[in-house]
Design a binder for this molecule. Structure first.
Ligand SMILES: C[S@@+](CC[C@H](N)C(=O)[O-])C[C@H]1O[C@@H](n2cnc3c(N)ncnc32)[C@H](O)[C@@H]1O
Length: 390
């Protein structure tokens, strides 16, 4: 048996034998789970295993993921200007009385942590909470090499949420990596689960699930969606934000991710959803290709997130495009400062980084910053220029 490969006819690289063997071990674990559940599992359970199955899932195993060698590039991998601007925002919050500590979720390669600590040495502590033990080990190795001993010793890796956290919480591209339910509307809504058919995973409808109920509620608010419509639903925002609110005493939370407000997320013309897979910088829509070797993500529904945050006990500060957020936090001044006295090639590279991070047709609008706070009433002037929420 070979692992399920490319059935959409997309040109994808073929992994080597060791990678295929790794994928097969995960495929077998998923098949076993499907059998235990009577023949079908929710896509959320499939995605959870594909990304986080201990030792086998995409984020849990030791494959390269970020940057040129990996499958995709995130903002801190593009440029340290991203971390610089977040540090300036953190500094402005600290000047208003927020405690000078950061808690970062899903720290990836560790680059954002390094960028922020270097740009904001007044931070007293930087805590990291990541689901992936492999990434945590890589973060430790990278940060120990990259940072001075003084800065490195400010970092603490957590196994669970802290109690009574005071400070700034960051989550860059974490929510898009949380498992989603997949739903399809034909006559009525159905959840699409995953079954195994001998040669590969396939979609199989499951009716009357909690996700179907929630999707009906969303549709009744937004207006009727056409039949043959398909999209995703993330039911993790509520438990995640509730647990986070319970662990925060006086905190500001900055969630950065690609996504839409709900009316755009479930826009009638977006009939095939937002589920996206990344394999060696190829972007496609088949989550059943090489399980464990490719990233699977879904865009963030920022309204659902804001609702879940309020229900959990946060106040909503605002939502703004990443471009506007970075521009309000010194992106242009810092890029000009860095470009001074550089050769033209280096200057060009800096302006390309600025463009990638901030232009509307690049990451500037599709990526957004949702700011929440609890126990504080701080100002984020950039947010007042964005869409006010709540
Ligand atoms: C797409 S990567 C982003 C990494 C990094 N923030 C960056 O921007 O390069 C998603 C990260 O979120 C982590 N993650 C996903 N769900 C999480 C959760 N509930 N708590 C903590 N980390 C989580 C993954 O292990 C992974 O490190």
């Amino acid at each position: 048996m070979t692992p399920p490969d490319n059935r959409q006819g997309i040109e994808l690289p073929v992994p080597d034998d060791a990678a295929i063997e790794h994928s097969m071990r995960l495929v077998n674990a998923i098949i076993e789970r499907i059998e235990q559940r009577g023949g079908v599992i929710g896509f959320d359970e499939y995605m959870q295993m594909a990304l986080y199955q201990p030792g086998l899932g995409y984020y849990s195993a030791s494959l390269p993921k970020f940057g040129a060698e990996g499958d995709f590039v995130t903002a801190p991998e593009i440029s340290s200007l991203f971390g610089y601007c977040l540090a300036r925002q953190a500094e402005a919050l600290i000047a208003q009385g927020c405690v000078a500590e950061v808690l970062e979720f899903g720290a990836g390669s560790g680059k954002l942590c390094a960028q922020i600590l270097e740009a904001l040495p007044l931070l007293s502590r930087y805590r990291i909470l990541d689901l992936s033990a492999d990434l945590r080990a890589r973060q430790q190795q990278y940060l120990e090499q990259r940072l001075s001993a003084e800065l490195f010793h400010k970092i603490e890796w957590l196994d669970q949420l802290p109690r009574d956290f005071d400070g700034i919480v960051l989550a860059n591209e974490v929510l898009d990596a949380m498992p989603v339910h997949v739903l399809r509307k034909q006559e009525d809504w159905q959840e699409l689960g995953v079954t195994w058919r001998g040669q590969g995973f396939e979609w199989q409808a499951i009716e009357r699930t909690a996700a179907v109920e929630e999707m009906r509620r969303i549709e009744s608010r937004l207006g009727e969606l056409p039949s043959d419509y398909r999209s995703e639903l993330n039911l993790n925002y509520t438990p995640w934000l509730k647990a986070l609110a319970e662990s925060c005493r006086r905190a500001v939370v900055l969630i950065v991710d690609y996504g839409y407000e709900q009316a755009q997320y479930y826009y009638p013309a977006r009939g095939s959803g937002t589920l996206t897979c990344h394999l060696r910088h190829r972007v496609h829509g088949d989550p059943f290709v090489y399980p464990g070797l490719q990233d699977i993500t879904a865009f963030v529904d920022f309204d659902a997130c804001a609702d879940a945050a309020e229900a959990g006990g946060f106040d909503i500060v605002g939502l703004i495009g990443q471009g506007q957020f970075l521009l309000a936090n010194g992106l242009l001044d810092e890029s000009q400062r860095r470009a001074e006295d550089q050769e033209p090639v280096a200057q060009l590279a800096i302006s390309q980084q600025v463009a990638k991070l901030s232009l509307p047709q690049e990451m500037g609008e599709q990526f957004k910053v949702l700011a929440l706070q609890k126990g504080l009433r701080l100002e984020i002037p950039a947010m007042q220029r964005g869409r006010a929420y709540g």
